[in-house]
Write a protein that binds this ligand. Sequence first.
Ligand SMILES: [Zn+2]
Length: 728
Amino acid sequence: MTHLSFSTLMSQRLIKSSFLCISLILLASSSNLFAADLKSVDDFRAAARKANAVLAIPDWEQTPEAVETATKNAIEKANAALDQIGAQDLSKVTFKSTVVALDDTTYQAGLAANRATIIKETNTNPAMRTAAENAVKTFQDWAVGIDYREDVYKAIKAFADTRPKLTGEDEKLLKETLRDYRRAGLELPPDQRKEVEQLRKELSKLGTDFDTNIVKTAAPVMFTKADLEGLPDSFFAAPGIKTGDDVYTVMANVTWQFNTVEENAKSEATRKQLYVIRETLGKDTNVPILNQMLALRNKIALRLGYKSWDDYQTEVKMARTGANAEKYINDLITGSQPKFDSELAELQKLKAADTNDPNARIMVWDWRYYSNQRNKQKYAVDKEALRAYFPFQKVLEGMFNIYQNIFGLKFERIAAPYKWIDDLQLYLVTDSTTGEPLGIFYLDMFPREGKFNHFAQFDIISGKLLPDGKYQRPTVALLCNFPPANGDTPSLMTHQDVETLFHEFGHALHSIVTHAKYGRFAGTHVPGDFVEAPSQMLQNWVWDKKVLDTFAADYRDPSKKIPAEIVNKMNEAKLANAGVFYRRQFAFASLDLALHDPHPEDMPYDCVAISNPILEKVFLPIDPSTTFVTYFGHLNGYDAGYYGYAWADAIAADMATVFEKSKNGYLDRQAGMKLRREIYEPGDSRDVTVSIEKFLGRKQSVLPFLKKIGIGPEEKKKAPAAQSQENR
Ligand SMILES: [Zn+2]
């Protein structure tokens, strides 16, 4: 599903990019509320005080100069605080004066960086966006430098050397702070440390080049109308497609155009031509760059004492080692084989009939087309017609009702002191039982020029225990791009939009209800192979008729709910394609890990020779001239991390069973409160594996995931059981 980046200056030195999608909200009741009718944040301050908590709405910069000044001031202040940590008497260091002071310092600088990020992604004034973009870059560069503040490191090390008796979150903070320094090379002798620092800089530069080469590629391909037989009229009518007399230009680099052709073009030659062009994008430039990046990563890992970049990257994730991640993916590849084979056999039959060639093989440029044919024949679900059931406002209110109920929360719209757009909305979240204010969220839901063009949640103010003992409650923003209303027709969402909303808003709740003491552990600041799991779990909600019936209704006649047979068909269609969908994911995960496996330092890399055979082995036959990896942007940022999608999917399916087995299914409050207490509130303040087990009430299992994708370990188990009964 959609993953978006949000960057936030997390409490430890790095401005990390997380991939969080966002979500968001809506109105308090559908009545038109005037600002004068709305409460303000001040109306909640007394309740916050009572709970020893603080609520905050940022003081947004209004001019480019103000953005610049805020950046300069934040960095100066942080540098002064770092100087103070570094200058203290090493014989008198305390937990508070070292590790906590560092968390405080990066947290404070992060507030300004987060504001700049929001301004960059949302401001309607291009000059403001440019100033904010520069500010974000300045913060990023500065944050990398914190790693190499030897004076600060010495102070923290001096404290660690006192062998303090810490427990829980405090112990975790010290341990992980030291781990960050070790990972940056601070434990190495000075010359080797310098080398690591230098290698990281080179890697970062090459990564930027790799990304730029992907973004910059443009590959127009001309077709005739006959070449494109099978495509819908709406495609031919789309702006920019018809470029001459019987000339239609398809941009191989534009994903929706590529997908529409691959899903609908009857001609295999057309599908193949476009596929080969897309899968060779960046070949000339990015093959050598990626090879160098792999070599640099390997070198850095080896210098730091790891066997491979896989091991380096997974150390801070749930997987812990590259071998664990690899075994996990390999087991899924093996386990999914029967389901994948049976789906392919079905597609092969369609192609054989289509081509009059009984031996026709499904190639990588065929699966989208034949899956689409199969779906049309067997599961006729009209995606466009479904939109009528999902008017934005009703969906939002419906989702609010569900989440308020299951998580024991109350969302109230409040007046925003400053709005960057008219329809910006601000909500305050309280605990529905105690009335304790928990946090604030902004909703910026519709597209406009210059705005962030995906769906994501952004931290503005993270949760944190402040030095004065009060708790700073979080403020977040959801930036989305749902279809806008059109004249008399309200915004009508696709089913996928609805799924995205449920997913993204889950991230907001994860952030808002946090109880972690330290910024680095608050809310969604959890390991990268876990962060998506709770939200992926919430996607299940919108495939359930009982849940859908609480809000989805035809906007022209709200007495009409989505017919049960359509919901069933939607679920069947999803399952029918699960083998192909996941095998493709596993192929990407597998080649990403293989690229970052142990590798002799003096041996040059050949990224294509490593990755192409895996694509063929795990997924489908390819064309040998293609270089998939040169256009695979995840290799810079998610490197040795792509496995995390499947990893989190498995946890999501496992966690969903807690709801599925409860009295009220996905609407069960007891299960919801358990999720809030055991997963959302702790964040990363304790090992997430512990949190997951507490939520599940047992060890984790991959079986629910396999079942969800139609791989039946349970059926297998049932079969022998039935047999043994017969034997009896
Ligand atoms: Zn997400």
